[in-house]
Design a protein around this ligand. Sequence first.
Ligand SMILES: Nc1ncnc2c1ncn2[C@@H]1O[C@H](COP(=O)(O)OP(=O)(O)OP(=O)(O)O)[C@@H](O)[C@H]1O
Length: 268
Amino acid sequence: MTLVGEAPSGEDLLVVDGLTVRFGGLTALHDVRLSVGAGTVVGVIGPNGAGKTTLFNVVCGFVRPQSGRVLWRGEPLVRHRPEHLARLGIVRTLQGLGLFAGLTVLENVMAGAGRHARTGALPALVGAGRSARDESDLARRARETLGELGIADLADRLPGVLPYGVRKRVALARALVAEPDLLLLDEPASGLSAAELAELATLILSLRQRMAVVLVEHHMDLVMQVCDRVVVLNFGEVIAAGTPAEIQADPKVAEAYLGDPAEEAPGA
Ligand SMILES: Nc1ncnc2c1ncn2[C@@H]1O[C@H](COP(=O)(O)OP(=O)(O)OP(=O)(O)O)[C@@H](O)[C@H]1O
C-alpha cells in the first residue's frame, strides 16, 4: 500500500487511483488512492459512514465511480461485474454471511469455487455441467479448506444449525476455496468470541503466503495485529495511511474517531 501521492510500485496487485463516488449530494469517496501489493494485508478503517463499504463496492463492480479508476495487475477494470471477479482472482466476503440455508456446509463451500469450476455459480450449485471428476476434485478441495479452518467434521451439516462463529468460518472457507490472489474481508471479526478472534488473526497472517488481503474492520486489535499497512478514511477521504504504529500515533486519526463515540479508536 502506498501513501497518497506516492507512485504505486510495479509489484502492486490492486491500485485504487483517485476514486470519487457521489450518491446524490453526498460524497461517499473523494479522490481515494491506495494500493495493495502481493502478500500484504492492508487494513481500511474509519468511523461509521467513512466510505469503507463503498470502496469495496467499487472494487467489486457494484458501484461505478464518478471519477478515478481501479487497476488490477496494472490493467484498468472497465465496467467489470461482480460475478466475474472470482475469475480475475478477487474474492470478497460479505458482512452478512450469505450462506445458502438449504445447502450443506460442503456444498456451500463448493459453490464458492467459481474461479476454478468450469461452470458458473448457478450450475455449480446444482452440480450441472460438471464432470464427475471435476465434482470430486472440487469436493476434495472444499474439504481441505474446511480442514484448514478446523471444521472438516461439519461438512455435512446445514449452516442454520451451527453457531454464528462457525458459520463465519464456512463463509471464509467459501472465499478461500476459490484460491484468490486478493481477498476482500468485510468485517470478519464481528460477532466472534475472543478465542475465535485469535484464531482469525492467525489465519489472516498465514494467508499472506498465498494472497493479498484487504481488511475492512472495526475491531482495532485485529487490525493492528495483522495489517502491514492501514488506510484511514473519514467522510470519504484518506486522512492517514501507514503502519499500524504510525496510525495509532496519528492525532488526525484519534480526532476522527472522537467524533464517533460508538467507535473504538485505533490507539484505545
Ligand atoms: N447506495 C447508496 N445510496 C446513498 N448513499 C449511500 C449508498 N451507499 C452508501 N451511502 C452513503 O455513503 C456514505 C459511506 O457509506 P459506507 O457504507 O461506504 O461507509 P462505511 O465506512 O462502510 O460505514 P460502516 O462502517 O457503517 O459500514 C454514508 O454516508 C452512506 O450513508
